[in-house]
Ligand binder design. Structure first.
Ligand code: ADP
Ligand code: MP5
Length: 265
């Protein structure tokens, strides 16, 4: 029997189920991989905003990670919210010992606009986590913070993506265009080539969890053994369907529909 695809998320929580670990697990399930999760921070948030955050101690994070790795080894890992420098250090130290595709979603701010990452953490993310990332998936603002390149056009997204890979050591970069005005084009740079992941742009405020869902879908596809470019293309199709069938729930920026691909428009 073929090996069951298994995928691990290392991220924060969202009790309303739209972003973070919760979005990741739903996505893993929908994409067809067995999902597992290590919690970095417990976040009291909803579709309107972040109310409070409790960070796990490094020991708690490492023991969760060890419990997974010694028992059910994933074929791919995704990281999301890692808020503190010490968390980046411990998680990277442990992951460096494994030979696994790591999809890094450099979560810095929630869709609501609230910050989810300490400033110094960005430096460490650049120095420690990026070099072991197989794919890094910043949105335009995160790409700017990571590379220093102003990102508002496709050409600028290409410049940032190239820097993330050629200079900063990631295997591939997808600079997501979800915050652009009229388009939803994500720029993938891999093995010296640019690929534009294009889709219709939907005029909706319900985009809570789009970045989490997209990177989780890439990780689940990688766990299934699908190559990098195809994994990103399939993830783009998945997130587009999840956005195009809104659930219309929540008082703010509502969650995407993780079973959207089963619904006919
Ligand atoms: N309104 C939209 N219409 C279509 N696709 C979107 C829309 N908003 C976001 N996306 C897509 O969702 C994914 C996540 O992008 P983005 O929202 O930029 O990330 P983040 O949640 O990290 O800010 C990308 O593939 C992006 O193109
Ligand atoms: C715990 C956690 N992680 C990430 C996000 C960002 O979500 P988005 O996918 O909308 O950028 C979030 N709101 N909460």
């Amino acid at each position: 029997m073929a090996e069951i695809p298994k995928v691990l998320s290392i991220a924060g929580t969202d009790p309303t189920g739209g972003a973070g670990i919760h979005a990741d697990l739903k996505t893993f399930q929908e994409v067809g991989a067995y999902g597992m999760a290590v919690i970095t921070s417990v976040v009291a948030q909803n579709t309107v905003g972040v109310k409070d955050v409790w960070h796990m101690e490094n020991e708690a994070i490492l023991k969760q990670l060890e419990a997974v790795l010694e028992d059910i080894r994933p074929q791919a890992v995704k990281t999301g919210m890692i808020a503190l420098p010490s968390m980046i250090e411990s998680i990277t130290d442990r992951l460096e010992r494994e030979n696994l595709p790591i999809i890094v979603d450099p979560v810095m701010v929630a869709t609501s606009g609230d910050s989810l990452m300490d400033k110094e953490t960005t430096e460490l993310m650049i120095n420690r986590l990026l070099p072991i990332a197989e794919v890094v998936t910043p949105n335009m603002e995160e790409a700017e913070k990571l590379t220093g390149v102003n990102v508002s056009t496709i050409k600028e997204a290409e410049k940032a993506a190239r820097l993330l890979v050629d200079e900063m050591g990631a295997g591939a970069a997808v600079v997501k265009g979800g915050h652009a005005k009229d388009t939803a084009i994500d720029v993938l740079y891999y093995k010296k080539e640019f690929i534009h992941l294009t889709a219709d742009r939907f005029d909706t405020k319900h985009t809570h969890g789009t970045g989490c869902t997209f990177s989780a879908a890439i990780a689940a596809n990688r766990a299934k053994g699908i190559p990098v470019i195809k994994s990103c293309e399939l993830a783009k199709e998945f997130i587009t369907k999840a956005i195009s069938h809104p659930l219309n729930i929540g008082h703010g920026s509502g969650p995407v529909n993780h079973w959207g691909r089963f619904l006919e428009k």
